[in-house]
Ligand binder design. Structure first.
Ligand code: CA
Length: 714
């Protein structure tokens, strides 16, 4: 009956600050590798040849003053070199380039150093993450890149380590655990370095952790400070006054549910003049506030932007984008700082387009809300009230008494894919997601440590039974490149893509915006009007953001290609039909180059050969509920895989109960990333999931045959 409900649910279904172009960037004193120091990072904007940190500058604008590649010349852009990652998991890194060397990462937190001119391999560091750890990853074995400082490269490892590498050799200088490794923390985000401190957060709020950001000494790896984002058990005392204040906004015993969530898994930015570090904070554990904090409350600092002193981790101010967050509306999305003329004065602003669908412009000295407007379809709130700074929610959106279909979905109107800002056009370029998700109050909720604890019924069910209804949802699954004017809080232009989950963006002084797409293109658009001027077939979906650099007077554009991440894993139903293989590599372009990629002669597909259905309908139905809670995050909604991991409906394992159980509960494929689920499933439950997969395999086989027949008849 849950399924009928769920089926019903889804069927409803410029010119800011003058650029001081005369300023000459500090140059390294030696030819040492990764010779990045405070002076170079502070002057990074003028250091046009290099890309020194994740968002290029502390302001994280992802704007490059390079303009050799521009609207007139971009047609001559071609592939200069490529470097194969040899992985089939997602690729999300923004590469750094420092004095001719590229430092980038692939899945499982593997770091590569390459000659940025030729792509020649210099070294690789593999932290050898235990593949079983993937069971604590909501969103693929991804990594978004490294930070560099005085001859070292820092990587946050998926299992919670922070590792300092010798930038010249890739050898480990030090390695520390930043988390209690018994808990379901993961790291996917890029570290940042401020004045000799390397900053790193973590993820895991779906599974049950208490979020924090830590600062470590770059030389020793000693922890200097740690800022928790949510309060712990008040009886144990608070770490600081900010936690005491935050605790007044919580109810119940949230610390018993894994720790409250609020992980800092991606965004950071820094204003050196104000000496403020800005971090984005994620969702609660579980998502559903009714369960997490019975009786309500804003639940600080979930879904907030928090300003801290980078020396001490001291709290300065916060702005909460989604008070009492209950939809997985993180505020971890990319933060951009700019100086912007507003109402006749130049304001130091902070901009964010968090998951909740509203674009925020804040005064970054005070945290005051300057303006907010929805940048995509929003159904959970009508607007942000400028008096209170709070969203005005739509009745019923909290899905307490009855289910509610909400846009944006739990993947947000914008996810981790970085946006960019061009001071030339004054526009922000956002990779927008636009599709709904159904949320419902669960009939009961049992916190299960280490598994996804959303506390909702609708999300874990999702797709309708009927194929016609699933197909009818396809047009709702939208994604676009949106150019947004932050001064007027209005759209400037948009380019609709073939679906959601397209890449991050890069803006350049060549009046160009670069973006890779889910359907396997790396494209250039005019920054002022959105005209598509150039693209290159990447043979794989691109989700990472491009970057650019210059060597010997030649401008290079580079992107880490490789399909993956949460949408790619979960939404197999909509991914699979157009599925591109995952071919993960760095692709680097320059004018006049004409490199070709080797042919790809395969496309992922599912071969159905299911055994007969012998289980009871009740067992199949029980298996469905267990599958959606336990397996769906990697193997896809309703057993339709995004094909980054095996589609279970085509697996030979479903023919034999013992073999199946050896994988599911004994963990014999743990080294390949299929952890044992013996802690969560008994033999009967494992067998029920097998029965459900067999049912879905028959369904898939019939559908495939019907489609083949229809295509033959055409
Ligand atoms: Ca989340």
């Amino acid at each position: 009956m849950i399924r009928a409900l769920i089926a019903a649910l889804f069927s409803i279904l410029a010119a800011c600050g003058d650029r001081q172009s005369e300023v000459v960037a500090p140059q390294p004193e030696t030819t040492a590798a990764a010779a990045v120091d405070a002076a170079r990072l502070l002057a990074a904007d003028d250091d046009t040849a290099n890309w020194l940190s994740y968002g290029r500058t502390y302001s994280e604008q992802r704007y490059s003053p390079l303009k050799q590649v521009n609207t007139d010349s971009v047609a001559g852009l071609g592939l200069a070199w490529s470097f194969d990652f040899n992985t089939q998991r997602g690729i999300e890194a923004t590469s750094l380039v420092i004095d001719g060397v590229m430092y980038t990462t692939s899945s499982w937190s593997i770091v590569h150093a390459l000659d940025a001119r030729t792509g020649e391999h210099l070294w690789t560091y593999d932290p050898e993450v235990d593949r079983e750890k993937i069971k604590h990853g909501c969103c693929d074995a991804v990594n978004r890149g490294v930070a560099a400082w005085k001859g070292q490269v820092f990587v946050g490892v998926f299992d919670g380590r922070l590792v300092a590498l010798d930038a010249a050799t890739g050898k480990v200088n030090w390695s520390i655990d930043t988390v209690d490794s018994a808990l379901p923390y993961t790291i996917t985000g890029a570290p940042r370095v401020i004045d000799g401190k390397v900053l790193i957060g973590n993820g895991g709020a779906e599974f049950g952790v208490r979020g924090f950001l830590s600062a470590y000494d770059v030389d020793s790896g000693d922890m200097i400070w740690r800022f928790y984002t949510v309060p712990g058990n008040p009886e144990l005392g608070f770490e600081n006054d900010a936690m005491k204040m935050a605790a007044e906004t919580w109810n119940g015993q949230w610390w018993e549910l894994g720790g409250g969530g609020g992980t800092v898994w991606d965004a950071m930015a820094y204003d050196p003049e104000l000496d403020l570090l800005y971090i984005g904070v994620g969702n609660g554990t579980p998502w559903n506030r009714e369960i997490r904090s019975p009786g309500g409350g804003d639940n600080l600092f979930l879904s907030s932007i928090v300003a801290l002193r980078p020396d001490s981790g001291e709290y300065v101010w916060h702005y909460q984008t989604t008070p009492g967050e209950t939809w997985d509306y993180t505020a971890t999305q990319h933060i951009i700082l700019a100086d912007m003329e507003l109402g006749g004065e130049v304001r130091k602003v902070l901009m964010q387009a968090p998951k909740n669908g509203f674009f925020y412009v804040l005064d970054r000295a005070s945290g005051e809300l300057i303006s907010a407007n929805n940048y995509t379809n929003v159904t959970w709130a009508t607007h942000v009230d400028m008096e209170t700074g709070r969203p005005v929610e739509v009745d019923g959106a909290r899905y307490i008494d009855s289910p509610f279909v909400v846009t944006p979905s739990y993947l947000g109107g914008h996810n981790w894919h970085p946006m960019s800002y061009s001071p030339d056009t004054g526009l922000v370029y956002i990779p927008v997601l636009d599709f709904p998700a159904a949320y419902g109050q669960p009939e009961d909720f049992l916190y299960r440590p280490g598994t996804a604890n959303t506390g909702t019924s609708g999300v874990v069910g999702s797709l309708p039974d009927s194929q016609a209804e699933r197909d009818a949802m396809r047009p709702l699954m939208q994604g676009r490149l949106l150019a947004w004017n932050p001064r007027t809080q209005e759209e400037a232009w948009r380019v609709e893509h073939n679906g959601p989950w397209n890449g991050g963006t890069l803006a350049t002084a060549g009046n160009l915006v670069f973006q890779g797409t889910a359907d396997g293109k790396f494209a250039a658009f005019t920054a002022n009007t959105g005209e598509r001027l150039w693209d290159f077939g990447t043979q794989t979906g691109v989700v990472a953001a491009p970057m650019t650099y210059e060597i010997d007077g030649e401008q290079y554009l580079s992107v880490a290609a490789g399909w993956g991440g949460a949408y790619a894993l979960v939404f197999g139903e909509y991914v699979q039909a157009e599925s591109l293989p995952n071919v993960s590599r760095v692709l680097t372009f320059k004018l006049g180059a004409d490199g070709q990629l080797p042919e790809v002669d395969w496309r992922p597909s599912v071969v159905f050969n299911p055994p007969p259905r012998t289980a009871s309908e009740d067992a199949e139905e029980a298996g469905f509920a267990l599958y959606q809670d336990t397996c769906m995050g990697c193997h896809g909604l309703n057993a339709v895989s995004g094909l980054l991991v095996p589609d279970l409906r085509g697996s030979g394992l479903i023919h034999d109960a013992d073999s199946w159980d050896k994988v599911v509960r004994e963990g014999i494929l743990a080294k390949r990333g299929m952890a044992s689920f013996a802690d969560y499933l008994d033999r009967e439950q494992s067998e029920a999931i097998r029965a459900y997969i067999i049912r879905e395999a028959h369904r898939g086989k019939q559908l495939q045959e019907a489609r083949a027949a229809a295509s033959a008849a055409r």
